[in-house]
Design a protein around this ligand. Sequence first.
Ligand code: SRM
Ligand code: SF4
Length: 515
Amino acid sequence: MIETATTTDKLNKFEKFKAEKDGLAVKNEIENFAQIGWEGMDENDLNHRLKWLGVFFRPVTPGKFMMRMRLPNGILNSNQMSAFAEVVQRYGENGSADITTRQNIQLRGINLADIPDIFNKFHKVGLTTIQSGMDNVRNITGDPVAGLDADEFYDTRELVQQIQDMLTNNGEGNPEFSNLPRKFNIAITGGRDNSVHAEINDLAFIPAFWGNEDQVPIFGFNVIVGGLFSAKRCEAAIPLNVWVLPAQVVLLSKVIVEIFRDHGLRANRLKARLMWLLDEWGIEKFRAEVEKRFGQSLLPAVDKDQIDWEKRDHVGIYKQKQSGFNYAGLNIPVGRLSADDMFEIARLSEVYGSGEIRFTVEQNIIIPNIPDSGLTAFFTESVLEKFSVNPGLLMRSLVSCTGAQFCNFALIETKNRALAMIKSLESELTLSRPVRIHWTGCPNSCGQPQVADIGLMGTKVRKNGQMLEGVDIYMGGTVGKDAHLGTCVKKSIPCEDLQPILRDLLIHKFGAKLK
Ligand code: SRM
Ligand code: SF4
């Protein structure tokens, strides 16, 4: 039998606790939680509902919480970066931060008692954590060089912000969208290189011009839907056969999230993402419902979209479209930052740029608006030794999810192991091109191994009667133009045996040479 939202008797335990009390309700209880402490909290409030506020209880480090922000289009300013630094600084060695694969940041080591103060601090500098976890629309990604890139078709910043404001009630929390069947990812790309991995989002907008050769082309977006990675299923998004003007993007997003909310499958949580609804309905029925709710007929998709470049990683120094200005892309190894690092990045952005900072889905940082005249002094900054603008060809493309250090789903340690392995491979090999290696600690695929040249997915492996940490190897992921997902090519490699296998792959498939 096909599961539908109407089979309420079969609701999974998440649906049941959401029906009892909405996730957003804990917004009014945070002062009380801070006073009673996490040990005194209701289990569903602690383990689940707090995530509606972007506050994550970490069973691996009980009492030291993680906070996930919302940073539309991955953009922040130096005051906001300093606020992050101040928050984690007070937790000493337990305090750190990670840039995420959705152009976002997570802060670690936080005490529950401090959270009301931290929220006040964030409010003052225009930051929100609202609805950044669980069954909500997650951080909305956009081009990291929007407004800087001379070749872009559309500056995505305002649209991304408008969608976030609509879905979150300007960051205050929006009960209209706080009970989705599961998470929902949205991305908008306005450049030529699909810098946001549009195809792995539940809803994405891709630049495409309307009109034939005799007409003045009109700019808009083709719409794709249903992309997802999960332990059960990984799929690239499929065309909705809709083309919209930029001015229609917010309403279309609203309508599609509403359909997911009202009709998404809720009985089996493993099948609660949008793609499963598309399977059940078929794309034509889904499109018809979108059109009905949109209130006017929608144009069909344009044959040719504008993604015709290889994906850029933005690491290095690049000219902006504003004459005489540059953006600097800094490699942040596996996205990890200490409080001191964040103060330093904030300072760099103020001294050399305009105080603006951006994150990429590769967990790196961009500092825009550095005048030509500032570059020589910029290069002398010692922080660039740690966060290089010209890193090794493996390090520059390394991505890793959180892994066992903080994540209780993890089957393996990821970030530290990834760093150590890349350093040692770079010491053995000479490369002539970057190779994108992505680590992910379990099949949930937060580290997106399916988009990598070489993806490594954590698993448990039996060797000589012992259970060890291991990986399945994915290959063939392509990004940018004609992006498609990689597949598993080798299973169950113990991590202790991985390095020579990676070395051989790099030599035989990616032209690396032994030093
Ligand atoms: Fe993820 C669950 C970390 C991007 C698919 N993800 C989790 C949790 C919340 C599990 C938990 O409670 O411990 C992880 C938090 C660990 C921690 O302490 O950091 C977690 N996911 C991450 C981040 C931080 C990985 C990173 O190091 O960058 C990324 C945060 C993004 C953000 O800022 O919002 C992150 N997660 C992703 C992505 C990539 C993306 O969005 O492009 C995916 C695959 C794409 C997708 O969702 O379709 C992803 N995460 C999952 C899933 C599988 C979802 C599913 O439908 O089954 C889970 C498990 C779940 O939700 O039950 C999960
Ligand atoms: Fe945790 Fe698995 Fe996601 Fe890594 S992929 S952050 S281990 S849930």
